[in-house]
Design a protein around this ligand. Structure first.
Ligand SMILES: C[C@H](O)[C@H](O)[C@H]1CNC2=NC(N)=NC(=O)C2=N1
Length: 101
């Protein structure tokens, strides 16, 4: 069954449990700040590994000491779905281990 777009209320409820994340232009997004460029790069690799496992991929942007994710679900017409929040939850669990905040 295809993943359905979440309603505005469902998105607001889920965002309340994900401090730092927001929905901007129909994309679930967060920017993490890290200690240096190498730490940021390591986080990108770890996120890429999770994305391959979930078969769900964000636009990942590596900066000097930042990593930005922006994701929606292409197969749902670019809407935000449960799959996007699943990715965000998974990234939230590993980010502190990289010193990200
Ligand atoms: C064939 C493959 O499963 C699909 O193309 C996956 C890959 N990664 C994806 N990532 C995102 N963000 N949305 C999708 O619909 C999607 N679909």
């Amino acid at each position: 069954m295809p993943t359905q777009p979440l309603s505005q209320k469902e998105i607001e409820d889920r965002l309340r449990e994900l401090p730092g994340w927001s929905v901007d232009a129909d994309r679930l997004t967060r920017t993490y700040r890290l200690g240096d460029h190498f730490a940021a790069t390591a986080l990108v690799v770890h996120v890429a590994q999770i994305q391959q496992e979930l078969d769900h991929h964000s636009d990942l942007t590596l900066g000097y000491n930042t990593v930005a994710l922006a994701v929606n679900t292409h197969s749902a017409g670019g809407a935000v779905t449960e799959k996007d929040f699943e990715l965000a939850d998974r990234v939230e669990r590993i980010a502190p281990g990289h010193g990200a905040n």
